[in-house]
Write a protein that binds this ligand. Structure first.
Ligand code: B16
Ligand code: MG
Length: 219
C-alpha cells in the first residue's frame, strides 16, 4: 500500500507557475523573443538555466550570448520572479490542496516535496504549509532536472519509502515523466492533451481527493 505522497510545488500547490511565465515573458520581450502559453508548457518543471536555453532556442538566439551573459539573463528573470512572489500568502494555496494535505497526514502517510525551484522554501514559507512536509528536496543538490527521476528518488530516499509505495503529483509533462521514471504512481493535474501519460489525471486541483487517489493507486 501507499506510504508517501511527493508533491511538485509550482502549478500544483500554488499557481506560481503563472509568475514564472510572467517573468520569462518579460525577459523574452526585453531580448526580442515573444512567448505564449503553449510554449510556456515546455518551461514547466524545467530548471532556470534549462528554461533560458529553451527560450533562446525558441527565438533562434541560442548562439547570441556568452555563458556570462546567460547567467545575467537568468538572474534578471529570477529577480523579477522574486518580486512577484512577494505577494504570495496562504490565500494562494490552490483549491482542495489544504484538505488533501490534512487528509493524507491523518491517514499516517508521509508527505514530501520535489520542486525544481530554488525558491521553493521561500514560497512554502509564505504559504505557511511547511508543517505538512516531512521532507522538502533542496533543488540545488539535484544534478539532473526533471524529466530525470533524480529529484523524486531523492525525496523517497529521505522519507525512507520505496519508490513503488510513493505517489507523485505533477502539473508538468517533464514532471510526470520524472515520477514514472522513478517507478512511482503519477497523478497529473492538467489537460489530457499534455499529461495523457499520467496514471491518474484530474483537470484541476479542486478535483484531487485523497480517498479517490488511494482507490486509483496501484503498481
Ligand atoms: P527557480 P516545480 C519549477 O518548479 C517550475 O515549474 C519551473 O517553471 C521553474 O523554471 C523551475 O521550478 C525553477 O525555478 O527559477 O525558482 O529555481 O514546478 O518543479 O515546483
Ligand atoms: Mg510544476
Amino acid at each position: 500500500s501507499v506510504e508517501a505522497v511527493i508533491f511538485d510545488l509550482d502549478g500544483v500547490i500554488t499557481d506560481t507557475a503563472a509568475y514564472h511565465y510572467e517573468a520569462w515573458k518579460e525577459l523574452g520581450e526585453s531580448i526580442g523573443i515573444a512567448i505564449d502559453e503553449e510554449f510556456n508548457e515546455q518551461l514547466k518543471g524545467v530548471s532556470r538555466m534549462e528554461s533560458l536555453e529553451r527560450l533562446l532556442r525558441h527565438g533562434n538566439r541560442q548562439d547570441d550570448f556568452t555563458e556570462q551573459e546567460k547567467e545575467k539573463l537568468a538572474t534578471r528573470k529570477n529577480e523579477q520572479y522574486k518580486r512577484l512572489i512577494k505577494r504570495v500568502t496562504p490565500d494562494d494555496i490552490l483549491p482542495g490542496i489544504k484538505q488533501l494535505l490534512v487528509d493524507i497526514r491523518q491517514d499516517g502517510i508521509k508527505i514530501g516535496m520535489a520542486s525544481a525551484s530554488k525558491n521553493a522554501f521561500e514560497v512554502v514559507g509564505s504559504l505557511k504549509i511547511a508543517e505538512y512536509f516531512d521532507y522538502i528536496v533542496d533543488s540545488s543538490t539535484v544534478s539532473k532536472g526533471k524529466p530525470d527521476p533524480e529529484i523524486f528518488l531523492k525525496a523517497a530516499e529521505a522519507l525512507q519509502v520505496p519508490s513503488s509505495r510513493c505517489i507523485g503529483v505533477e502539473d508538468a509533462e517533464a514532471g510526470i515523466e520524472a515520477i514514472q521514471g522513478a517507478g512511482m504512481f503519477a497523478v497529473g493535474v492538467g489537460k489530457p492533451q499534455l499529461l495523457g501519460k499520467a496514471d491518474y489525471l484530474v483537470e484541476n486541483t479542486s478535483l484531487l481527493s485523497w480517498p479517490e487517489i488511494k482507490k486509483r493507486y496501484h503498481h
